[in-house]
Design a protein around this ligand. Structure first.
Ligand code: SF4
Ligand code: SF4
Length: 461
């Protein structure tokens, strides 16, 4: 077996030039299931911006107003903590599922694979033909037919990229707003128009030219693989004990000296990253299962059992026992469950309003008034995250000699609004110890909930 693959990328030749991959189409058990999964995922992506829950877009990343709507729940810029929790949950899930199922994500759900393999490549095949025809077309000199096919392909690519880019933008500016903008001239909304063009360009570059290079050269997940997988993780592998020594033979003429692999090369020709899975687990393998379908079809033709290439663990492929239950996924799984419980608790107990004191670095810390009176000028930031208008009443609990002066008390704040309110705390100098004194303010909301605001008032030492 040649060991070249360990030091070289199939898609780069010895001179460092790009070697174009022309994967053939192979239909089979896995292809059909991937088609169903990717169709559902694409439908979710395209439909979600049009789905309304409680009068608002189901998923809406409203950047100008710094709010994020997720199936009826509104998160604000001040909710960064929950965003960190979500990223943490995603990272832990990735560790857990990769340890168990390898790169299932790459082959079945990654947008790169979904859009490239099930949108852009079918268009390419429809216009330019199968793998051999595409190669011939690319090698042929420019003539009328080549220009017509390339032009048609890129027009269809651009139309597809435009739909995908517009949908992506709809998650940020709202589907109905986008529709309204589209009915106007581009120069009336230059920002969204340029953003759509930029995204379209990016998609054309990625799906029209860069393609598998993203998975093999840029995506960090492929590189993390080596530390996330172990010998019992599910991967797509070639059973060399059964397949070797490989060699040509036909149905029925198997003399027992050769393995089941007839060295037809079909598994290599259908691979979207151009690798030979018979060399073992490689960074470039995106677990798309095309080689399984290809090899199974060959096995059927030569009357051998399917599964020469299959989903299996490295241990199973080398004849050892496959252990599903092992320390790594158990530890990842326990951490993930504990984390999700904590996450669910925090989300379910998330306050619908928040009040905080803002003391600017340039604010005068205190003002001496007539007699022994001191005044502190503060700003209170009230964020009403609920869907109703609330009013907030402020009452100093301790020390009772501190008087709170606020323009309107209770102070009304509209739904989903953030408001800064000036607050003056007036008190006698005697309240202070070493120039400061702790104060507790009870904040009561009209929804019946309350909170305590703890702060310090300042004065001369
Ligand atoms: S080796 Fe097989 S599973 Fe891996 S990328 Fe190639 S065709 Fe897909
Ligand atoms: S498709 Fe199967 S039989 Fe053909 S080369 Fe690949 S592993 Fe061997």
């Amino acid at each position: 077996m040649s060991e070249d693959f360990r030091e070289t990328l199939y898609t780069v030749d010895k001179q460092g030039h790009r070697r174009w991959v022309y994967p053939g189409l192979v239909k089979g058990w896995f292809f059909t299931r991937r088609q169903v999964v990717t169709t559902v995922l694409m439908a979710i992506y395209l439909v979600m911006p049009w789905l309304q829950i409680g009068g608002e877009q189901a998923i809406f990343l409203d950047l100008p107003h710094r709010r994020f709507v997720f199936f009826g729940s509104v998160f604000w810029a001040t909710d960064t903590f929950y965003l960190v929790l979500i990223f943490g949950a995603l990272a832990l899930s990735l560790f857990f599922f990769t340890a168990l199922f390898g790169r299932l994500w790459c082959g079945w759900a990654c947008p790169e694979t979904v859009f490239l393999e099930f949108l852009f490549r079918p268009i390419e095949r429809w216009v330019e033909g199968d793998s051999a025809q595409r190669q011939r077309l690319d090698r042929a000199p420019w003539n009328a037919e080549k220009i017509r096919k390339k032009f048609l392909k890129y027009v269809l690519f651009a139309a597809t990229a435009w739909i995908l880019a517009s949908t992506f933008l709809a998650y940020f500016i709202g589907a109905h707003v986008l529709l309204h903008m589209m009915s106007a001239a581009p120069w009336e909304n230059p920002g969204p128009f340029l953003a759509t063009l930029f995204l379209m360009g990016l998609m054309l570059f990625q799906f029209g030219w860069f393609r598998e290079q993203f998975c093999t050269v840029i995506c960090p997940y492929a590189r993390f693989q080596s530390v996330l997988l172990d010998l019992n993780s599910l991967v797509i592998g070639y059973d060399s004990r059964r397949g070797e020594p490989r060699g040509k033979h036909r149905k029925g003429d198997h003399d027992g000296t050769k393995g089941d692999c007839i060295d037809c090369g079909l598994c290599v020709r259908v691979c979207p990253t151009g690798i030979d899975i018979r060399n073992g687990l490689q960074l470039e393998c995106i677990n798309c299962a095309a080689c399984i379908d290809a090899c199974n079809s060959v096995m059927v033709q030569i009357g051998k059992p399917q599964g020469l290439i299959r989903y299996a663990s490295e241990n199973e492929l080398t004849g050892k026992a496959w252990r599903w239950l092992r320390p790594r996924p158990i530890i990842y799984g326990c951490i993930l469950i504990a984390y999700l419980v904590f996450f669910a608790y925090r989300i379910s107990t998330r306050p619908m309003w928040e009040v905080e004191v803002v003391r600017g670095a340039h604010d005068v810390p205190f003002t001496a008034m007539e007699g022994d009176k001191i005044s502190n000028h503060l700003t209170i930031r009230i964020s009403n995250k609920s869907r109703e208008r609330l009013s907030f009443e402020f009452h100093v609990e301790e020390p009772t000699t501190v008087q709170a002066v606020i323009p309107v008390n209770p102070f009304p704040v509209d739904s989903e609004q953030l408001q800064n309110v000036p607050l003056f705390l007036n008190f006698d100098k005697q309240v202070l110890h070493a120039g400061r004194a702790p104060v507790r303010i009870l904040v009561k909301s009209s929804d019946g909930s309350s909170s305590i605001l703890s702060l310090s008032v300042l004065g001369p030492e």
